[in-house]
Design a protein around this ligand. Structure first.
Ligand code: COA
Length: 188
């Protein structure tokens, strides 16, 4: 994703996330952190934006910051492809674990993450504002190997061992995008 994609991404962002959508400033701020600590991707079909996703990578920890697919393209594997690409990039950058937050009521996305070996490690009460919806914190241990689930695979990897209560996921998931202090103690 580059700044040239911002307009199309914002349109989809508002369609999918409504009042919790990221602003232009937030998105531009994220892209400015590429490639150092961020990796943002778009999926396109004949020049039309089909989806997008973003990763924060800091040291051995990765964080899926966002993942979205246009509503009329759900169920075609785009979300899986974007997630696989983020996980591959996290591994390439030396991450040994990847965290994410997902709305507690978003079963579809949770199913996708479970299929790729993420396990639920905690709840953040009222994380999504202004709705006050809880977030489920999920973690995938990249050092376990096994890679990514092939399409259709339903098996889950064991994982989440020694996860601290509530997780140590980076504050700043889907809707609290990072403002430069996303990684406790980190430098960005
Ligand atoms: C969650 C989201 C990203 C998933 O994207 P997607 O492109 O629909 O994901 P996929 O197509 O890879 O997989 C989703 C489903 O389609 C199925 N599928 C994928 N490709 C398929 C194909 N070629 N044929 C049949 N089924 C297929 C998958 O098995 C899966 O089914 P299941 O959910 O019933 O298990 C998308 O629904 C979305 O953008 N939601 C709104 C935003 C959001 O919630 N983002 C996550 C924030 S944390």
């Amino acid at each position: 994703m580059t700044t040239a994609d911002i307009a199309a991404v914002l349109k989809l962002e508002h369609e999918l996330f409504g009042e919790e959508a990221w602003s232009r400033q937030m998105l531009a701020g994220e892209l400015a952190r590429q490639p150092q600590s961020r990796h943002y991707l778009v999926a396109e079909d004949q020049g039309v934006l089909a989806g997008y996703a973003g990763l924060l990578a800091a040291g051995t920890q990765g964080d899926v910051l966002t993942l979205a697919v246009a509503g009329d393209r759900w169920g075609q594997g785009t979300g899986s492809a974007l997630l696989e690409a983020l996980l591959a990039e996290a591994a390439r950058r030396g991450c040994t674990e990847v965290f994410l937050e997902v709305r507690a009521d978003n079963t579809r996305a949770q199913q996708l993450y479970l299929r790729y070996g993420f396990t639920k490690i905690g709840i953040r009460r009222g994380y999504y504002q202004p709705s006050g919806t809880d977030a489920v914190v999920m973690r995938k241990d990249l050092s376990l190997g096994g890679g990514n689930a092939p399409r259709g695979a339903r098996s889950r990897q064991p994982g989440g061992r020694n996860a601290p209560p509530g997780g140590n996921a980076v504050p700043g998931g889907r809707n609290a995008p990072p403002g430069g202090n996303a990684v406790p103690g980190g430098s960005q």
